[in-house]
Write a protein that binds this ligand. Structure first.
Ligand SMILES: *Cc1c(COP(=O)(O)O)cnc(C)c1O
Length: 401
């Protein structure tokens, strides 16, 4: 089928939830993807922060191939080896004692909210059900996660949502302290608000929030669905801020492209979930777990890739900042950590994203639509950065003239 026929028919057959760019992608390797016409793109969006190791990384492909021939699915009524292997790696390399596997970011957050509620109910013997979240946060599209997502535009038309959520401004620890009552259950935060605009908090924000939660006897849930798995140059972003959460959720990068999510927590909190209180049919699927094991082993190997992420981030940020200095009317700010980077523009970003695509560079947007989001694979090289910057500069120059 011709590209335009695929697009035309897709527009007719799918429930219209997406506004897609008009290309049909067929193949990917490393930082490159190709469309059905053979046109090549440099992928600096990485499946929205999913393809941590790039497209079709060899070790992940081999692990999936091996597992898919052995066992594809059996449910959680039985134990499997890949699940255990993945649990061991995650627990060894995090604050957590226990893990629960699911299939996506929103599902991980749903489970985390449920876990927080049941734990607090058991601990205090009464309902402590309120959540505190932040404006401009993003936690997912199902009702619980949507309810703690601090962006009106995603709520619109789906009300009523969970009623017991208070929103406060991000990067303001006092606002959280002031929002706590004897009904508060937990605070849910992204260490860096990704989808909401790549908002990086002050260095001591999370530490203050951690302290406040501890004093009030409430839980701190960190949503590391986007920041986790090396994205920021540490395996988990909380490591930058010298704190530990009570519950952490993961998804995007975890499976190296195969769908998988996870909830991680401490022993005492985990015990609030007894058998039959929470479950997922596909959760911890052997193929997804094998893929995640291969991904994590690669990310963690000698600590090399995590260090590299920090180094290549510096190079990329430097180049982006020189663009900013060259076009100060157009580019207002470069912000981010590791390879989660936002470029604050003075106007809407969608035309620029579209033109970059036409010129062979895939990037994303964030926030109110005036932010360009870069979430490339951790394996990008200087040449890739130079190529991306050259395309960006060309488009921004055209746009400015
Ligand atoms: C993408 C994202 C989610 C939702 O993940 P899905 O897999 O799309 O459900 C939740 N939280 C954060 C921080 C995200 O970036």
């Amino acid at each position: 089928m011709e590209e335009r026929d695929i697009i035309k028919l897709s527009e007719k057959l799918f429930i219209p939830t997406y506004s897609r760019y008009p290309i049909v992608l067929r193949k990917g390797r490393g930082v490159k993807v190709w469309d059905v016409n053979g046109k090549e793109y440099l992928d600096f969006l990485g499946g929205i922060a999913v393809n941590i190791l790039g497209h079709c990384p060899r070790k992940v492909v081999m692990a999936v191939q091996k597992q898919v021939q052995r066992l594809i699915h059996v449910s959680n009524l039985y134990y499997t080896e890949p699940q255990l292997a993945l649990a061991k790696i995650l627990i060894k390399n995090s604050f957590a004692d226990r893990v629960f596997f699911c299939n996506s970011g929103t599902e991980a957050n749903e489970g985390a909210l449920k876990l927080a509620r049941i734990y607090m109910k058991k601990k205090y013997g009464k309902d402590r059900f309120e959540f505190i979240s932040t404006y401009n946060s993003f936690h997912g599209r199902t009702f619980g996660s949507l309810s703690v997502t601090g962006q009106e535009k995603y709520h619109h038309g789906f009300e009523p949502l969970l009623g017991s959520v208070k929103f406060v401004h991000f990067n303001n620890a006092n606002a959280i302290a002031n929002a706590i009552t004897d009904k508060t259950c937990a605070v849910i935060l992204e260490p860096i608000q990704a989808e909401g605009g790549v908002n990086v908090p002050d260095k001591d924000y999370l530490k203050k929030v951690r302290e406040i939660c501890k004093e009030a006897g409430i839980l701190l849930i960190l949503d590391e669905v986007q920041t986790g798995i090396g994205r920021t140059g540490k395996l988990f972003a909380y490591e930058h801020f010298d704190i530990e959460p009570d519950i952490m959720t993961l998804a995007k990068g975890l499976g190296g492209g195969i769908p998988i999510g996870a909830i991680l927590t401490k022993e005492e909190i985990a015990q609030a979930f007894a058998p039959k209180t929470h479950a997922s049919t596909f959760g911890g699927n052997p193929v997804a777990c094998a893929s995640a094991v291969a991904t994590l082993e690669t990310v963690l190997e000698d600590g090399y890739l995590l260090d590299y992420c920090g180094r290549i981030s510096k190079y990329f940020m430097k180049k982006l900042n020189s663009l900013k200095n060259k076009y100060p009317d157009k580019i207002k700010e470069i912000r981010g950590l590791g390879l989660l980077i936002g470029m604050q523009l003075s106007s809407d970003s969608s035309e620029i994203v579209k033109k970059c695509m036409e010129n062979g560079l895939l990037i994303g947007t964030a926030g109110d639509g005036t932010v360009l989001r870069f979430t490339p694979p951790l394996i990008i090289e200087k040449d890739d950065v130079d190529e991306a910057i050259a395309i960006l500069e060309k488009i921004i120059k055209e746009d400015a003239s």
